[in-house]
Design a protein. Structure first.
Length: 255
């Protein structure tokens, strides 16, 4: 596929994906979801990648879904647009390595939903977050109503969803919506540092931690315990053996 909205690149073991539609503040449209779906398939088969960083070009991470595309949709067309976005964002979250959102500016509506689909988020100090759909008489369509209360809490989620209030990066950090705030000029370097830190760990262990944690949130606690117990044994005899031997021998493991 020829990318027209996404700008993918690879730096060592880190993939960097820049959303490049600055004239529309990187608004999400059907083409974006087609390209993202293809990109996820492409990168998931690259066994060398240990982390993915997603950021936006210009002053926005993503300022929302493309209203010009949605305005004449029928209810069924709206549902299909939501279903496509949810499926793509779920696939993004299911990648076998961590996905880091480097939030460089406005993350509103679908942009905040994309950010929440990442495993964790680093925000520029000038980033802004919000779910303003009710201003348009709409509701979030890409699982914003489901991810937001799981990342923050029910009261904060409902407050943001019903008031459409836009919050700054410091408030997002306080709500635990983001994990770190940095100066704008340091954002990508900080994201790269975290990606490098993760890449130094056991790749199978990182993959399993992500898989077990995400799946565990979707099941009762006791079932999650069983899932963890099952996968705890997976690294023994291979990567885990190397990691434990390296620890005992006081050397770096050879992953």
């Amino acid at each position: 596929m020829d990318y027209t909205i996404l700008r993918p690149s690879i730096e060592g073991q880190t993939a960097i994906l820049t959303i490049s539609r600055p004239q529309a503040l990187n608004a999400l449209n059907s083409r974006f979801f087609e390209e993202m779906d293809f990109y996820i398939s492409e990168i998931s088969s690259d066994g060398k990648i240990r982390a993915l960083i997603i950021t936006g070009e210009g002053k926005a991470f993503v300022a929302g879904a493309d209203i010009a595309e949605m305005v004449n949709m029928s209810p069924d067309e709206g549902r299909a647009f939501s279903e496509k976005g949810q499926a793509v964002f779920t696939r993004l979250g299911d990648l076998p390595f961590p996905v880091i959102g480097a939030i460089n500016g406005f993350a509103l509506g679908g942009g905040m939903e994309l950010a929440m689909a990442c495993d964790f988020r680093i925000a520029s100090a000038n980033a802004k977050f919000g779910q303003p759909e009710v201003n348009l008489g709409l509701i979030p369509g890409y699982a914003g109503t489901q991810r937001l209360p799981r990342l923050t809490n029910l009261a904060d989620a409902l407050y943001l969803l019903t008031t459409a209030e836009v919050i700054d990066a410091a408030t997002a950090l306080q709500m635990r919506l983001v994990q770190k705030v940095t100066e704008p000029e340091n954002l990508l370097d900080e994201a790269r540092r975290l990606a490098s830190q993760i890449a130094s760990k056991g790749p199978l262990a990182v993959k399993l931690v992500k898989e077990v944690t995400r799946k565990g949130l979707r099941m009762p606690f006791t079932e999650g315990e069983k899932l963890e117990c099952h996968h705890f044994g997976d690294p023994f005899g291979n990567e885990g053996a190397e990691g434990m031997k390296a620890f005992l021998e006081k050397r770096k493991p050879l992953w």
